[in-house]
Write a protein of this length. Structure first.
Length: 129
């Protein structure tokens, strides 16, 4: 859940953000759409997002200007962490994946067919004396 902006700005002031940096954060949060971390994780798992940075913990993620953004406290500014794949890219990737699956199935079937065609060598009988 997203923290109210007033409390968040007070906390940023405690972290050493200047008035200008806090105003930038406020403007960005007003214009951007908040995305819950679980939703972000689901989209990454479904391969709908190209991730440019790996997040090591839960973060507040924002969607703005067709990119996903987080606040980097080290640089005291927003940086993008990924973007959505285009419909054309997703269609092309899906086509490639189905083609690869088809080739794998054909190779398995061919291997199975060759294995059945190889004659089984009969064992020699032992001579008992």
């Amino acid at each position: 859940m997203q923290e109210p902006i007033e409390e968040y700005l007070k906390r940023l002031e405690h972290y050493g953000y200047t008035e200008e940096e806090r105003e930038t954060v406020k403007q960005f949060r007003e214009n951007a759409e908040h995305m819950p971390f679980d939703q972000y994780q689901f989209l990454v798992d479904q391969k709908l997002i190209f991730r440019t940075r790996k997040l090591k913990k839960k973060r507040n993620i924002y969607f703005f200007d067709d990119k996903l953004w987080i606040l980097n406290h080290y640089h005291k500014g927003y940086e993008y962490i990924g973007f959505f794949h285009s419909e054309e890219f997703l269609a092309e990737r899906n086509k490639k994946e189905t083609e690869e699956k088809r080739l794998i199935e054909e190779a398995r079937a061919e291997k199975k067919k060759l294995k059945q065609e190889v004659p089984v060598k009969q064992k020699r009988k032992r001579i008992v004396r």
